[in-house]
Ligand binder design. Structure first.
Ligand code: ATP
Ligand code: SKM
Ligand code: MG
Length: 168
C-alpha cells in the first residue's frame, strides 16, 4: 500500500518533526528517508556525503524512496532533495499518495536549521546556499504537491493538525 501522506520541502521546513507529530495524530507508522539511509549505510548523512560523495547518496536515496513508496503505508517524510530526480518525481506521482509541500521562508528556516547541524549541502554560506536550493526546487515541490502549507508561524504540532484538516 502506498503512503497515507508524503511530506516534501526544503531543509528546515519541518518534514521530520511535523511528520512525527502527524503520524501520532493519524495513528500511522512514521518513516523518514534520511533515517532509513543512515541506518542502512550505518553512517550519518553528513558522513556519507564526505566519504562517498553526493552522487552515491542520491543513488541510495532514490532506491530507498522507491522501496518506501510501495512498502510503507503510513506517513513518509522525504529528504529535502529526494523528490528532485525524474525517476523520483514519476514514482511519487504514480503512488497516488497525497503530497504536502511544507513551505518555509529563509527567515523561518534559519533559526530551525541553525546552519550548524548535519546538513552537508549548506556548508560555506548556508543562507545563500539554502536560498539557491529553494529557487531551483520550489517549482518541483509545487508541481508534486496536492497541498502546500506555510509553516513559518506554526509549531510542528500545529502544522500536523493543519495537515489532518487538509487531508480530510
Ligand atoms: N514549525 C516549526 N517551528 C519551530 N521549530 C521547528 C518547526 N519545524 C521544525 N522545527 C525544528 O527545526 C529543526 C529542523 O526541523 P526538521 O529536521 O524537522 O526539518 P526537515 O524539513 O526534516 O529538514 P531536512 O531536509 O534537513 O531533513 C528541528 O530542530 C525542529 O525541531
Ligand atoms: O535538501 C537536501 O538536498 C538534503 C536534505 C536532507 O534531508 C538530507 O537528505 C541531505 O542533507 C540533503
Ligand atoms: Mg528531515
Amino acid at each position: 500500500m502506498p503512503p497515507r501522506v508524503i511530506l516534501i520541502g526544503p531543509p528546515g521546513a519541518g518534514k521530520s518533526s511535523v511528520g512525527k507529530s502527524l503520524s501520532r495524530l493519524l495513528k500511522e507508522d512514521f518513516v523518514d528517508t534520511d533515517t532509513v539511509i543512515a541506518e542502512q549505510e550505518k553512517q550519518s548523512i553528513g558522513e556519507i556525503f564526505v566519504d562517498k560523495g553526493e552522487p552515491y547518496f542520491r543513488e541510495v536515496e532514490e532506491q530507498v524512496l522507491l522501496k518506501q513508496l510501495v512498502e510503507h503505508s503510513g506517513v513518509l517524510s522525504l529528504g529535502g532533495g529526494a523528490p528532485l530526480s525524474t525517476i523520483a518525481q514519476g514514482a511519487i506521482k504514480a503512488s497516488g499518495s497525497p503530497v504536502v509541500f511544507l513551505d518555509v521562508t529563509l527567515a523561518g528556516a534559519a533559526p530551525r536549521v541553525g546552519f550548524n547541524r548535519d546538513r552537508p549541502l549548506l556548508l560555506g554560506n548556508p543562507r545563500a546556499q539554502w536560498q539557491e536550493l529553494m529557487n531551483v526546487r520550489r517549482p518541483i515541490y509545487e508541481s508534486l504537491a496536492h497541498h502546500q502549507l506555510m509553516t513559518d508561524k506554526l509549531t510542528p504540532n500545529e502544522a500536523a493538525t493543519a495537515i489532518v484538516t487538509l487531508l480530510s
